[in-house]
Design a protein around this ligand. Sequence first.
Ligand code: HAM
Length: 404
Amino acid sequence: MIQALRGMKDILQPQSERFVHIVETASEIAARYGYDYIETPLLEETALFKRSVGESSDIVGKEMYQFIDKGGNDVCLRPEGTAGIVRAFIQNKLDKRGGIHRFYYHGPMFRYERPQKGRLREFHQFGCESFGESSVYEDFTIILMIKDIFDALGIGYSIKLNSLGCPECMPGYRESLVRHLVDIRDGLCEDCQRRVETNPIRVLDCKNGSCKEALASSPLIVENLCETCDADFRRLTKMLDSHSIPYELDPKLVRGLDYYTRTAFEFVSDEIGAQSAIAGGGRYNRLVEFLGGKPTPAVGFALGIERIMELVKLPEKGRHGIYLGVMEEEALDTILKIAHNKRKSERVFVEYSKRSLKAHLKAADRLGARVCAVIGEEELKDSLVWIKDLETKEERRVGFDQLD
Ligand code: HAM
């Protein structure tokens, strides 16, 4: 039997209900924050991700679903959403138009990682990207929006926050970090020894115990920020404080994608095991320019739908909808008309085959319907429908047009 690929999952009821609930809740909140829906292709030129996410990142270096298509193009299934949206932003000339543009999106992302609990090869993100606003209050507002989404979903979390500086302060910091890393090189894991040359900043968040120990006294970016980055970071933490949003400063939070400048954050849950990040994001002021557009400040985030599905509490719906059935075939036409009308306002199940009343009641119960409505021989003669409320157990007969 052919099975779904490793790390890829079908999402069926009741999980699919959680999935839809998360997407609908997040979309509604994003729309209230002024975001418009955007859809971009799943397949993009490989160069897009190499240039944005970064050639030395694990995502690009090890995890891409990359292939040559029939036209000889080097393409790749998107490992994340931001790069494609930045491409669309530039391609549609929104960078030239100026002003503020805010987008939300959701859909599958692909990373060839080692599957484990909470880590899939095909997973789904909901994300937002805001272009054109350089104020750190936009970063704050995005964090507030994620808080609103998680609060609406009934999910607990904590926030980790850092600043990754800008082209003014980052290079100097990088140099002092590399000097330090060279000194402690022997204590680093194999991957990090390589990263000293390719991506020294990533060494900071290595989960390996010996690296953590070796890095205890490493210089920290937050202590080396330029005046503007420092002032922005202070403004951000002040806003979070004044809105009573708790956060933890994590000077070693660097994120797995290379495009961040200044604000970087992660929302984590302690209820889902080792893969605890449920959302991540930050500012990426250089990316639009880097991909060929007019310099445009930008900030965004994405949340992992599958990880959140484990945590979300669905609102209690109880029995709902109406089940319609017949005991005489001639009544089917009437039942179908009632069904069509009822579907305008509620969930409807129709059984096309004639059945006994007992069989209809059993089926309605199994489907979780609130009401079971059946037309038998007598009802057909009298133009009535027999109905039973499966919650209150009340039974009665009503006219075709009085069914409510
Ligand atoms: P990211 O941190 O790589 O950021 O992914 C965002 C979220 O996607 C993670 O916090 C996690 O919940 C989920 N996720 C990531 N990988 C997996 C996986 N293999 N299986 C299941 N869930 C996963 C980004 O992708 C950036 N594009 C976010 C962003 C948007 N930054 C600015 N704008």
